[in-house]
Design a protein around this ligand. Structure first.
Ligand code: KE4
Length: 440
Protein backbone atom coordinates (compact mmCIF):
# COMPACT_ATOMS: atom_id res chain seq x y z
CA UNK A 1 0.00 0.00 0.00
CA UNK A 2 1.55 3.39 -0.85
CA UNK A 3 0.62 6.62 0.85
CA UNK A 4 1.82 10.20 0.62
CA UNK A 5 1.25 10.57 4.39
CA UNK A 6 2.82 7.50 5.92
CA UNK A 7 6.14 5.87 5.09
CA UNK A 8 5.95 2.38 3.58
CA UNK A 9 4.82 0.15 6.44
CA UNK A 10 5.33 -3.64 6.39
CA UNK A 11 1.96 -5.41 6.47
CA UNK A 12 1.21 -6.64 10.00
CA UNK A 13 -1.51 -9.05 10.93
CA UNK A 14 -2.31 -6.72 13.86
CA UNK A 15 -3.47 -3.10 13.61
CA UNK A 16 -0.96 -0.42 14.61
CA UNK A 17 -2.81 2.49 16.17
CA UNK A 18 -2.93 5.42 13.79
CA UNK A 19 -1.47 7.70 16.50
CA UNK A 20 1.60 5.47 16.57
CA UNK A 21 2.05 5.68 12.79
CA UNK A 22 1.52 9.44 12.82
CA UNK A 23 3.93 9.84 15.75
CA UNK A 24 6.62 7.94 13.86
CA UNK A 25 6.16 10.19 10.84
CA UNK A 26 5.99 13.36 12.96
CA UNK A 27 9.29 12.46 14.59
CA UNK A 28 10.98 12.47 11.18
CA UNK A 29 10.00 16.10 10.62
CA UNK A 30 9.46 17.73 14.06
CA UNK A 31 11.86 17.39 17.03
CA UNK A 32 10.34 14.74 19.30
CA UNK A 33 7.33 14.67 16.96
CA UNK A 34 5.65 17.46 18.92
CA UNK A 35 5.50 21.24 18.98
CA UNK A 36 5.62 21.39 22.76
CA UNK A 37 7.60 18.87 24.83
CA UNK A 38 4.93 17.89 27.37
CA UNK A 39 2.79 16.48 24.53
CA UNK A 40 5.39 13.77 23.85
CA UNK A 41 4.31 11.75 26.93
CA UNK A 42 7.92 11.66 28.20
CA UNK A 43 6.54 12.24 31.70
CA UNK A 44 4.38 9.10 31.61
CA UNK A 45 5.85 7.00 28.80
CA UNK A 46 4.07 5.58 25.80
CA UNK A 47 2.87 7.11 22.52
CA UNK A 48 1.03 10.43 22.47
CA UNK A 49 -2.56 10.44 21.31
CA UNK A 50 -3.06 12.32 18.05
CA UNK A 51 -6.31 14.27 18.28
CA UNK A 52 -8.72 14.33 15.33
CA UNK A 53 -11.44 16.56 16.80
CA UNK A 54 -12.96 17.72 20.08
CA UNK A 55 -16.31 18.98 21.28
CA UNK A 56 -17.49 19.83 24.79
CA UNK A 57 -15.72 17.59 27.32
CA UNK A 58 -14.79 14.96 24.74
CA UNK A 59 -12.03 14.60 22.23
CA UNK A 60 -11.57 11.87 19.63
CA UNK A 61 -8.24 10.49 18.54
CA UNK A 62 -7.20 9.38 15.07
CA UNK A 63 -8.26 5.83 15.91
CA UNK A 64 -11.74 7.16 16.66
CA UNK A 65 -11.34 6.48 20.39
CA UNK A 66 -13.16 9.05 22.51
CA UNK A 67 -11.90 10.44 25.80
CA UNK A 68 -13.25 12.57 28.62
CA UNK A 69 -10.69 15.39 28.52
CA UNK A 70 -9.32 17.00 31.71
CA UNK A 71 -6.47 18.82 29.93
CA UNK A 72 -8.67 21.17 27.90
CA UNK A 73 -5.66 22.40 25.91
CA UNK A 74 -3.89 23.08 29.28
CA UNK A 75 -6.54 25.50 30.51
CA UNK A 76 -8.23 27.53 27.74
CA UNK A 77 -11.30 25.31 27.36
CA UNK A 78 -13.25 26.41 30.45
CA UNK A 79 -16.40 26.41 28.26
CA UNK A 80 -15.52 23.09 26.65
CA UNK A 81 -14.06 22.36 23.24
CA UNK A 82 -15.65 24.00 20.15
CA UNK A 83 -17.91 26.28 22.18
CA UNK A 84 -20.56 27.36 19.62
CA UNK A 85 -20.29 31.11 20.32
CA UNK A 86 -16.50 31.01 20.16
CA UNK A 87 -16.54 29.05 16.89
CA UNK A 88 -19.11 31.44 15.38
CA UNK A 89 -16.99 34.44 16.40
CA UNK A 90 -13.91 32.88 14.80
CA UNK A 91 -15.75 32.06 11.56
CA UNK A 92 -17.46 35.46 11.24
CA UNK A 93 -14.25 37.37 11.98
CA UNK A 94 -12.03 35.29 9.71
CA UNK A 95 -14.34 36.00 6.78
CA UNK A 96 -13.52 39.71 7.19
CA UNK A 97 -9.78 39.15 7.13
CA UNK A 98 -7.37 37.34 9.42
CA UNK A 99 -4.73 39.95 10.25
CA UNK A 100 -4.17 43.63 9.54
CA UNK A 101 -1.15 44.78 11.55
CA UNK A 102 -3.27 47.77 12.45
CA UNK A 103 -5.48 48.51 15.47
CA UNK A 104 -9.05 47.18 15.63
CA UNK A 105 -11.87 48.11 17.97
CA UNK A 106 -12.14 44.51 19.11
CA UNK A 107 -8.76 44.73 20.87
CA UNK A 108 -10.05 47.70 22.87
CA UNK A 109 -13.23 45.74 23.65
CA UNK A 110 -11.22 42.78 24.96
CA UNK A 111 -9.11 45.17 27.04
CA UNK A 112 -12.30 46.66 28.47
CA UNK A 113 -13.76 43.23 29.27
CA UNK A 114 -10.57 42.05 31.00
CA UNK A 115 -9.81 45.30 32.86
CA UNK A 116 -13.39 45.54 34.12
CA UNK A 117 -12.90 42.15 35.81
CA UNK A 118 -9.55 43.11 37.39
CA UNK A 119 -9.37 46.91 37.83
CA UNK A 120 -10.17 46.62 41.55
CA UNK A 121 -6.87 44.77 41.88
CA UNK A 122 -4.80 47.33 40.02
CA UNK A 123 -5.10 46.22 36.39
CA UNK A 124 -5.62 49.58 34.64
CA UNK A 125 -3.97 49.00 31.24
CA UNK A 126 -3.08 45.85 29.29
CA UNK A 127 -1.09 44.82 26.21
CA UNK A 128 -2.12 41.85 24.04
CA UNK A 129 0.54 39.32 22.95
CA UNK A 130 0.49 35.84 21.43
CA UNK A 131 1.52 33.46 24.21
CA UNK A 132 1.99 33.20 27.93
CA UNK A 133 5.74 33.15 27.37
CA UNK A 134 5.55 36.49 25.58
CA UNK A 135 3.42 37.90 28.37
CA UNK A 136 5.78 36.93 31.20
CA UNK A 137 8.94 37.74 29.23
CA UNK A 138 7.56 41.21 28.50
CA UNK A 139 6.38 41.72 32.08
CA UNK A 140 9.84 41.08 33.55
CA UNK A 141 11.46 43.34 30.93
CA UNK A 142 8.97 46.05 31.90
CA UNK A 143 9.72 45.47 35.60
CA UNK A 144 13.45 45.81 34.93
CA UNK A 145 12.90 48.89 32.77
CA UNK A 146 10.57 50.55 35.28
CA UNK A 147 12.68 49.88 38.39
CA UNK A 148 16.10 50.15 36.75
CA UNK A 149 17.06 46.95 38.58
CA UNK A 150 18.13 43.61 37.10
CA UNK A 151 17.43 40.71 39.49
CA UNK A 152 14.24 38.69 39.47
CA UNK A 153 12.98 36.21 42.05
CA UNK A 154 11.01 33.16 40.96
CA UNK A 155 9.91 30.02 42.75
CA UNK A 156 11.24 26.52 42.23
CA UNK A 157 8.70 24.49 40.24
CA UNK A 158 6.81 27.49 38.91
CA UNK A 159 6.77 27.67 35.12
CA UNK A 160 6.39 30.96 33.31
CA UNK A 161 7.07 29.90 29.71
CA UNK A 162 10.41 29.59 27.95
CA UNK A 163 11.84 33.09 28.24
CA UNK A 164 15.60 32.90 28.95
CA UNK A 165 15.46 34.63 32.34
CA UNK A 166 12.76 32.21 33.47
CA UNK A 167 14.38 28.94 32.28
CA UNK A 168 16.61 28.99 35.35
CA UNK A 169 17.25 26.33 38.00
CA UNK A 170 18.01 26.89 41.65
CA UNK A 171 21.66 27.65 42.35
CA UNK A 172 23.71 26.03 45.09
CA UNK A 173 21.14 27.10 47.66
CA UNK A 174 18.34 29.53 48.30
CA UNK A 175 19.16 33.27 48.06
CA UNK A 176 21.90 32.62 45.51
CA UNK A 177 22.25 33.24 41.79
CA UNK A 178 20.39 30.85 39.47
CA UNK A 179 21.99 28.52 36.96
CA UNK A 180 20.71 27.82 33.42
CA UNK A 181 17.66 25.57 33.39
CA UNK A 182 18.15 24.90 29.69
CA UNK A 183 21.04 24.71 27.27
CA UNK A 184 21.38 28.00 25.45
CA UNK A 185 20.59 30.19 28.46
CA UNK A 186 23.71 32.25 29.23
CA UNK A 187 25.07 31.80 32.76
CA UNK A 188 25.40 35.55 33.02
CA UNK A 189 21.65 35.94 32.49
CA UNK A 190 20.67 33.01 34.71
CA UNK A 191 22.78 34.53 37.51
CA UNK A 192 20.30 37.42 37.63
CA UNK A 193 17.46 35.08 38.57
CA UNK A 194 17.23 33.83 42.14
CA UNK A 195 15.13 30.76 42.80
CA UNK A 196 13.54 30.08 46.18
CA UNK A 197 11.07 27.43 47.39
CA UNK A 198 7.36 28.26 47.00
CA UNK A 199 5.60 29.02 50.30
CA UNK A 200 8.93 29.91 51.98
CA UNK A 201 8.59 33.59 52.90
CA UNK A 202 11.77 33.55 55.03
CA UNK A 203 13.76 32.48 51.96
CA UNK A 204 12.33 35.43 50.02
CA UNK A 205 13.19 37.80 52.88
CA UNK A 206 16.76 36.44 52.83
CA UNK A 207 17.07 37.31 49.13
CA UNK A 208 15.96 40.90 49.80
CA UNK A 209 18.52 41.08 52.64
CA UNK A 210 21.28 39.83 50.32
CA UNK A 211 20.52 41.71 47.10
CA UNK A 212 19.54 45.34 46.51
CA UNK A 213 18.97 45.01 42.77
CA UNK A 214 15.63 43.17 42.76
CA UNK A 215 13.29 44.34 40.01
CA UNK A 216 10.46 41.91 40.69
CA UNK A 217 9.10 38.73 42.12
CA UNK A 218 7.20 36.66 39.56
CA UNK A 219 4.94 33.91 40.85
CA UNK A 220 2.05 31.72 39.92
CA UNK A 221 -0.29 32.81 42.75
CA UNK A 222 -1.57 29.22 42.76
CA UNK A 223 0.94 26.81 41.22
CA UNK A 224 -0.27 24.61 38.38
CA UNK A 225 3.05 23.50 36.91
CA UNK A 226 4.13 21.20 39.72
CA UNK A 227 0.69 19.76 40.20
CA UNK A 228 -1.69 22.08 42.06
CA UNK A 229 -0.04 23.84 45.01
CA UNK A 230 -1.92 26.51 46.92
CA UNK A 231 -0.20 29.42 48.70
CA UNK A 232 -0.08 29.03 52.49
CA UNK A 233 -2.02 31.63 54.48
CA UNK A 234 -0.11 34.92 54.45
CA UNK A 235 2.38 33.91 51.75
CA UNK A 236 1.05 36.12 48.94
CA UNK A 237 0.42 38.97 51.40
CA UNK A 238 4.05 38.61 52.51
CA UNK A 239 5.30 38.85 48.92
CA UNK A 240 3.18 41.98 48.41
CA UNK A 241 4.65 43.60 51.52
CA UNK A 242 8.25 42.68 50.63
CA UNK A 243 7.88 44.14 47.12
CA UNK A 244 6.24 47.32 48.39
CA UNK A 245 8.89 47.84 51.08
CA UNK A 246 11.83 47.18 48.73
CA UNK A 247 10.78 48.99 45.55
CA UNK A 248 10.28 45.77 43.59
CA UNK A 249 7.25 44.87 41.45
CA UNK A 250 5.02 41.91 42.26
CA UNK A 251 4.08 40.03 39.09
CA UNK A 252 1.23 37.50 39.24
CA UNK A 253 1.57 35.00 36.43
CA UNK A 254 -2.13 34.17 35.99
CA UNK A 255 -1.69 32.56 32.58
CA UNK A 256 -3.19 29.38 34.05
CA UNK A 257 -5.17 30.69 37.06
CA UNK A 258 -6.57 33.75 35.30
CA UNK A 259 -10.36 33.60 34.91
CA UNK A 260 -10.17 29.90 35.90
CA UNK A 261 -9.91 29.82 39.69
CA UNK A 262 -12.35 32.71 40.23
CA UNK A 263 -14.27 35.25 38.15
CA UNK A 264 -11.63 37.81 39.16
CA UNK A 265 -8.72 35.34 38.90
CA UNK A 266 -6.39 34.55 41.82
CA UNK A 267 -5.88 38.24 42.57
CA UNK A 268 -9.60 38.53 43.28
CA UNK A 269 -9.77 35.23 45.14
CA UNK A 270 -6.96 36.27 47.54
CA UNK A 271 -7.67 40.05 47.29
CA UNK A 272 -4.05 40.93 46.48
CA UNK A 273 -3.05 43.78 44.14
CA UNK A 274 -0.04 42.77 42.00
CA UNK A 275 1.85 45.50 40.15
CA UNK A 276 1.68 43.48 36.92
CA UNK A 277 -0.31 40.41 35.92
CA UNK A 278 -0.08 37.99 33.01
CA UNK A 279 -3.09 36.22 31.53
CA UNK A 280 -3.35 33.49 28.89
CA UNK A 281 -5.25 30.34 28.02
CA UNK A 282 -8.88 31.22 29.03
CA UNK A 283 -8.47 34.84 27.87
CA UNK A 284 -7.80 33.64 24.31
CA UNK A 285 -10.54 31.01 24.16
CA UNK A 286 -8.09 28.51 22.72
CA UNK A 287 -6.52 30.85 20.18
CA UNK A 288 -2.96 32.28 20.36
CA UNK A 289 -3.64 35.24 22.64
CA UNK A 290 -2.20 36.27 26.00
CA UNK A 291 -2.08 39.50 27.95
CA UNK A 292 0.05 41.37 30.43
CA UNK A 293 -1.15 44.41 32.29
CA UNK A 294 -1.14 46.39 35.49
CA UNK A 295 -0.94 49.85 36.95
CA UNK A 296 -1.09 52.62 34.30
CA UNK A 297 2.01 54.27 35.77
CA UNK A 298 4.01 51.10 35.05
CA UNK A 299 2.34 50.14 31.74
CA UNK A 300 2.92 53.62 30.27
CA UNK A 301 6.65 52.84 30.34
CA UNK A 302 6.00 50.69 27.26
CA UNK A 303 6.72 51.86 23.70
CA UNK A 304 5.45 53.92 22.00
CA UNK A 305 4.94 55.99 25.20
CA UNK A 306 8.00 54.93 27.16
CA UNK A 307 11.47 53.37 26.90
CA UNK A 308 10.58 49.68 27.29
CA UNK A 309 10.16 48.03 23.90
CA UNK A 310 7.78 45.19 23.10
CA UNK A 311 6.03 44.46 19.81
CA UNK A 312 4.31 41.74 17.79
CA UNK A 313 3.09 41.32 14.23
CA UNK A 314 0.11 39.23 15.31
CA UNK A 315 -0.46 40.83 18.72
CA UNK A 316 -4.20 41.49 19.10
CA UNK A 317 -4.91 39.34 16.05
CA UNK A 318 -8.56 39.91 15.06
CA UNK A 319 -9.52 36.20 14.96
CA UNK A 320 -7.81 35.40 18.26
CA UNK A 321 -9.27 38.52 19.85
CA UNK A 322 -12.75 37.57 18.65
CA UNK A 323 -12.37 34.15 20.31
CA UNK A 324 -11.20 35.83 23.51
CA UNK A 325 -14.10 38.27 23.56
CA UNK A 326 -16.64 35.52 22.86
CA UNK A 327 -15.19 33.59 25.80
CA UNK A 328 -15.02 36.50 28.23
CA UNK A 329 -18.62 37.48 27.43
CA UNK A 330 -19.80 34.05 28.62
CA UNK A 331 -17.87 33.98 31.92
CA UNK A 332 -20.74 34.52 34.36
CA UNK A 333 -21.15 33.31 37.97
CA UNK A 334 -22.78 30.06 36.80
CA UNK A 335 -19.59 29.10 34.91
CA UNK A 336 -17.50 29.30 38.11
CA UNK A 337 -20.17 27.55 40.13
CA UNK A 338 -20.22 24.70 37.60
CA UNK A 339 -16.45 24.22 37.13
CA UNK A 340 -15.93 24.39 40.90
CA UNK A 341 -18.65 21.77 41.47
CA UNK A 342 -16.95 19.43 38.96
CA UNK A 343 -13.57 19.92 40.65
CA UNK A 344 -15.12 19.37 44.09
CA UNK A 345 -16.78 16.15 42.91
CA UNK A 346 -13.43 14.91 41.60
CA UNK A 347 -11.85 15.68 44.98
CA UNK A 348 -14.57 14.03 47.09
CA UNK A 349 -15.05 10.95 44.93
CA UNK A 350 -11.41 10.25 44.09
CA UNK A 351 -10.54 10.60 47.78
CA UNK A 352 -13.29 8.08 48.58
CA UNK A 353 -12.08 5.65 45.90
CA UNK A 354 -8.44 5.95 47.01
CA UNK A 355 -9.49 4.99 50.55
CA UNK A 356 -11.62 2.11 49.18
CA UNK A 357 -8.55 0.73 47.39
CA UNK A 358 -6.06 1.58 50.16
CA UNK A 359 -4.18 3.92 47.85
CA UNK A 360 -2.05 6.68 49.40
CA UNK A 361 -3.45 9.54 47.37
CA UNK A 362 -4.36 13.16 48.12
CA UNK A 363 -6.12 15.70 45.95
CA UNK A 364 -7.56 19.21 46.10
CA UNK A 365 -9.02 21.93 43.90
CA UNK A 366 -9.41 25.66 43.41
CA UNK A 367 -12.26 26.69 41.11
CA UNK A 368 -11.73 24.96 37.76
CA UNK A 369 -8.26 23.59 38.66
CA UNK A 370 -7.69 20.21 40.27
CA UNK A 371 -4.55 18.49 41.54
CA UNK A 372 -3.84 14.89 42.55
CA UNK A 373 -0.72 13.34 44.14
CA UNK A 374 0.12 9.79 45.14
CA UNK A 375 1.37 10.78 48.58
CA UNK A 376 0.14 10.84 52.18
CA UNK A 377 -0.20 14.64 52.37
CA UNK A 378 -0.51 17.59 50.04
CA UNK A 379 2.94 18.88 49.01
CA UNK A 380 3.75 22.51 49.85
CA UNK A 381 6.62 23.03 47.37
CA UNK A 382 8.48 21.45 44.45
CA UNK A 383 10.83 19.29 46.54
CA UNK A 384 7.80 17.70 48.23
CA UNK A 385 6.10 17.19 44.86
CA UNK A 386 9.20 15.43 43.53
CA UNK A 387 9.01 13.06 46.52
CA UNK A 388 5.50 11.89 45.57
CA UNK A 389 4.99 8.55 43.79
CA UNK A 390 5.26 9.72 40.19
CA UNK A 391 5.67 6.16 38.88
CA UNK A 392 2.27 5.32 40.30
CA UNK A 393 0.88 8.45 38.67
CA UNK A 394 2.18 7.21 35.28
CA UNK A 395 0.43 3.87 35.78
CA UNK A 396 -2.72 5.70 36.85
CA UNK A 397 -2.50 7.95 33.78
CA UNK A 398 -2.26 5.02 31.36
CA UNK A 399 -4.95 3.06 33.16
CA UNK A 400 -7.33 6.01 32.89
CA UNK A 401 -6.38 6.52 29.25
CA UNK A 402 -7.30 2.89 28.51
CA UNK A 403 -10.65 3.53 30.20
CA UNK A 404 -11.29 6.61 28.03
CA UNK A 405 -10.21 9.41 30.36
CA UNK A 406 -7.44 11.78 29.22
CA UNK A 407 -5.46 13.33 32.09
CA UNK A 408 -2.44 15.62 31.87
CA UNK A 409 0.48 13.35 30.80
CA UNK A 410 2.62 14.38 33.78
CA UNK A 411 2.47 14.22 37.58
CA UNK A 412 3.65 17.82 37.54
CA UNK A 413 0.56 19.31 35.92
CA UNK A 414 -2.93 20.35 37.00
CA UNK A 415 -6.25 19.07 35.68
CA UNK A 416 -8.79 21.46 34.16
CA UNK A 417 -12.58 21.25 34.44
CA UNK A 418 -15.15 22.91 32.19
CA UNK A 419 -18.84 23.74 31.99
CA UNK A 420 -19.06 20.94 29.39
CA UNK A 421 -18.23 18.19 31.92
CA UNK A 422 -21.64 16.63 32.57
CA UNK A 423 -22.84 13.80 34.83
CA UNK A 424 -22.16 11.23 32.08
CA UNK A 425 -18.52 12.31 31.85
CA UNK A 426 -18.12 12.18 35.62
CA UNK A 427 -19.67 8.68 35.73
CA UNK A 428 -17.19 7.50 33.09
CA UNK A 429 -14.30 9.13 35.00
CA UNK A 430 -15.22 7.74 38.42
CA UNK A 431 -15.99 4.24 37.12
CA UNK A 432 -12.59 4.31 35.40
CA UNK A 433 -10.84 5.50 38.56
CA UNK A 434 -12.56 2.75 40.59
CA UNK A 435 -11.12 0.13 38.23
CA UNK A 436 -7.67 1.68 37.88
CA UNK A 437 -7.09 2.48 41.57
CA UNK A 438 -7.77 -1.19 42.28
CA UNK A 439 -4.78 -2.25 40.22
CA UNK A 440 -2.15 0.50 40.02
P1 KE4 B 1 2.64 29.52 26.73
O1 KE4 B 1 3.87 30.22 26.22
O2 KE4 B 1 2.77 28.00 26.70
O3 KE4 B 1 1.37 30.01 26.07
O4 KE4 B 1 2.46 29.91 28.29
C1 KE4 B 1 3.54 29.69 29.14
C2 KE4 B 1 3.02 29.64 30.57
C3 KE4 B 1 3.19 30.75 31.38
N1 KE4 B 1 2.75 30.75 32.66
C4 KE4 B 1 2.09 29.68 33.17
C5 KE4 B 1 1.62 29.73 34.59
C6 KE4 B 1 1.87 28.53 32.37
O5 KE4 B 1 1.21 27.47 32.91
C7 KE4 B 1 2.33 28.50 31.05
C8 KE4 B 1 2.15 27.30 30.15
N2 KE4 B 1 1.56 26.16 30.76
C9 KE4 B 1 1.89 24.88 30.16
C10 KE4 B 1 1.17 23.80 30.96
N3 KE4 B 1 1.79 23.52 32.18
C11 KE4 B 1 1.56 24.82 28.70
C12 KE4 B 1 1.68 23.45 28.09
C13 KE4 B 1 2.88 23.34 27.20
O6 KE4 B 1 3.97 23.81 27.59
O7 KE4 B 1 2.71 22.77 26.12
Amino acid sequence: MTSNVLPEMPEYNMRIPVSEKLFRRAQTLIPGGVNSPVRAFKGVGGTPVFVAAAEGAIFQDMDEHQYVDFVGSWGPMILGHANPRVIEAIKNTAEMGTSFGAPTDRETYLADLLITKHKDWGVEKIRLVNSGTEATMSAIRLARGYTGKKRIIKFDGCYHGHGDSLLVAAGSGAATAGIPGSAGVPEELAALTTIVPFNDLDAVKAVFEKFDDIACIITEPICGNMGLIKPNDGFLEGLRELCTNNGALLIFDEVMTGLRVHKNSAMGLYNIKPDLACFGKVVGGGMPLAVYGGRQEVMDHLAPLGPVYQAGTLSGNPVATAAGCATLEQLNDDVYKKVTEISATLETELTRLAKKHNQEMVCHHVGGMFGLFFADKLPQNFDEVKATNTDKFSRFFHGMLEEGVYLPPSAFEAWFTSTAHEELHMDITLKAADKVLARV
